[in-house]
Design a protein around this ligand. Structure first.
Ligand code: PLP
Length: 478
C-alpha cells in the first residue's frame, strides 16, 4: 500500500524540535535580564514585520524558531524578568511550564468526568489539598458541601459567584425570566474592575452595583455597607451579592471580612471573597490573619497564576455550597448524556463554569505543588514579602518619598512628594530605561507608584537595584 500523504510532524521530528524549544525557553530564562523589561515596540511595528500572507508551503521548524528571536521577542514585555514589578505579577516556574506542556501533549478536553476522569479527579484532589494549604474553611472541600474548580481567571470565577448569588436570591427564577432590575450587588470603590464587568454580564445593570466607600487604609467600610443594604431594602430592592477583597489591586487593602461576613449572614446575602493575588499569602501561617473571616464566605477565589509560580491561566474558585453553583450553570443536552453523569457519582466541571470545554490545568498546579512542596512555596512567598518590606523601609527613610498606603504583604504603594507630574515623569524614565518595570494607580486622587515583588526569581539584588534606580531618576526628574 502506498504511504498516505501527510503534512504532520512525525514523532521523531517532534522530539527533536521539542528539545530545541525547551532549550530555547531555558536559554531565554537564563538571559532574561539582558532585555529591556518593557517592550520598546511601537504600535504596529511587530505586525509590520510579519509576512502579509500565510505560507502555501509549510516551513521548517528551524525557520519558525528563528523568527521567535527576530520577530517576537522585540514585542515581548518580559513578565518573567526578576526586574518586573508592575501590576500584580503573573509568575511561572519550570514545573509549571512542563505541566502546561504535558497538558498540550495529552490534548485532553475535560468538560465531563467521562471525557477524561483523571482531568476531573486530579483537579478535585489538588483543590482539596489547597484548602488545607491555605487554611480555608472545610465547607470548601469537595468531601463536604462545597468544592473547588479551576477557572481561567478571577473575573470568570467572580462572575460564576455572582450568577449563583443571583439565582439563589430569586429561587433560580432569573435564569428563566431574566434579571428583574431589583437585584443589587455591593463591593468597595477599590474592588477590581472585573466585578463591574461581571455585573454587566449578569444582566443586573450597573445602576444596581453599589460601590461602598473605604476607610483611610482603602478597606471597605462595613458601617456604610450595612446602611446601604438597609436603604436598598427599604426601597423594595433585593440585595443579593457582596464582594470583599483580600488585597485590592490598587493598594493591597484588606477588607474587614468578619464584619462584612456577619452583615451578609444577617441579610442572607451571598458573600464572595476575591483574593486574586494575596490569597497565596495564606500559605504562610503568619499571613493568615489577612484571611480572618473567610469562614463566613459563600465563595472565594485566588490566582495561582499571579503569585504561586503557576503560569497563566490558573484561577482557583471555591464554593461552600456546590449545589447552588451547579443548579445555576448546569445544562445537559442529549449529546453530553452519559452513564457516569447519570449515576450522580462524579463531578462534571462543565457545570461549574461558563464555557463547556476545559483544559487540563490541574497538571501544572500539581507539578508546582509537588516540586516545591508547601515548604518551598512558603519560603519564596515569605522572601517576596520580606523584600517588599525592606523596600518600604528604605522609602520611609528618604524624605523625598512617602508611602501611600499600608504595606501588608508584597505590594508597596509610594509617591515622590513632588506631585503627580513628577511621579509620572519618574515612572516613565524608569520604564523607558528598561532596567525595571513598575506601574501606577490613583489613591486618594493622587498619582501613586506601585512596586510589587512577586516574580519567581526576584532576589534582594533586584530590589536593591530598583531602589537605586528610583533614587537616581528621582534626582533627575525633580
Ligand atoms: N481581582 C483582583 C483583586 C485583581 O487584582 C485582579 C487582577 O489583577 C483580578 C481580580 C482579575 O484577575 P484575572 O485577570 O484573573 O481576571
Amino acid at each position: 500500500m502506498p504511504q498516505e500523504k501527510s503534512f504532520h510532524m512525525t514523532p521523531d521530528e517532534f522530539r527533536r524540535h521539542g528539545h530545541a524549544m525547551v532549550d530555547w525557553i531555558a536559554d531565554y530564562h537564563t538571559r532574561i535580564e539582558s532585555y529591556p523589561v518593557l517592550s520598546r515596540a511601537k504600535p504596529g511595528e511587530i505586525r509590520a514585520s510579519l509576512p502579509a500572507h500565510p505560507p502555501t508551503r509549510g516551513e521548517s521548524f528551524d525557520a519558525i524558531l528563528g523568527d521567535i528571536e527576530k520577530l517576537i521577542v522585540p514585542g515581548i514585555t518580559h513578565w518573567q524578568s526578576p526586574n518586573f514589578f508592575a501590576f500584580f505579577n503573573s509568575n511561572t516556574s519550570g514545573p509549571s511550564i512542563l505541566g502546561e506542556l504535558l497538558s498540550s501533549g495529552l490534548g485532553v478536553q475535560g468538560m465531563l468526568w467521562a471525557t477524561s476522569p483523571a482531568c476531573t479527579e486530579l483537579e478535585t484532589h489538588v483543590l482539596d489539598w489547597l484548602v488545607g494549604m491555605l487554611g480555608l474553611p472545610e465547607r470548601f472541600l469537595s468531601t463536604n458541601t462545597g468544592g473547588g474548580v479551576i477557572q481561567d481567571t478571577a473575573s470568570s470565577a467572580s462572575l460564576c459567584a455572582l450568577l449563583a448569588a443571583r439565582e439563589r436570591a430569586t429561587n433560580y427564577a432569573s435564569n428563566r425570566r431574566g434579571a428583574d432590575g431589583k437585584l443589587v450587588a455591593y463591593t468597595s470603590t477599590q474592588a477590581h474592575s472585573s466585578i463591574e464587568k461581571d455585573v454587566r454580564i449578569a444582566g443586573m445593570g450597573l445602576d444596581n452595583l453599589r460601590l461602598i466607600d473605604v476607610d483611610d487604609d482603602f478597606a471597605m467600610r462595613p458601617d456604610l455597607l450595612e446602611r446601604q443594604i438597609n436603604a436598598d431594602r427599604r426601597a423594595g430592592l433585593t440585595p443579593c451579592f457582596v464582594c470583599a477583597t483580600i488585597g485590592t489591586t490598587s493598594s493591597n487593602a484588606i477588607d474587614p471580612l468578619p464584619e462584612i461576613g456577619r452583615i451578609c449572614r444577617e441579610n442572607k446575602i451571598w458573600f464572595h471573597v476575591d483574593a486574586a493575588m494575596s490569597g497565596t499569602a495564606a500559605l504562610c501561617q503568619e499571613f493568615r490573619h489577612t484571611h480572618a473571616g473567610v469562614e463566613l464566605a459563600d465563595s472565594y477565589t485566588f490566582n495561582p497564576h499571579k503569585w504561586m509560580f503557576t503560569n497563566f491561566d490558573c484561577n482557583c474558585f471555591y464554593v461552600a455550597d456546590r449545589k447552588a453553583l451547579i443548579q445555576t450553570l448546569s445544562i445537559l443536552p442529549e449529546y453530553l448524556r452519559n452513564q457516569a453523569t447519570e449515576s450522580g457519582a462524579v463531578i462534571d466541571y462543565r457545570d461549574w463554569q461558563v464555557p463547556l470545554g476545559r483544559r487540563f490545568r490541574a497538571l501544572k498546579l500539581w507539578f508546582v505543588i509537588r516540586h516545591y512542596g508547601t515548604e518551598g512555596l512558603q519560603h519564596h512567598v515569605r522572601r517576596h514579602v520580606e523584600l517588599a518590606q525592606q523596600f518600604a523601609s528604605w522609602l520611609k527613610a528618604d524624605n523625598r518619598f512617602e508611602l501611600a498606603a499600608p504595606v501588608p504583604l508584597n505590594l508597596v504603594c509610594f509617591r515622590h512628594k513632588g506631585g503627580d507630574d513628577v511621579n509620572h515623569g519618574l515612572m516613565d524614565r524608569l520604564n523607558r530605561s528598561g532596567d525595571l518595570y513598575l506601574t501606577h494607580t490613583k489613591l486618594a486622587n493622587r498619582t501613586t507608584l506601585r512596586l510589587c515583588v512577586g516574580q519567581t526569581n526576584t532576589e534582594a539584588r533586584h530590589v536593591e537595584r530598583a531602589w537605586k534606580r528610583i533614587q537616581e531618576e528621582a534626582d533627575r526628574v525633580a
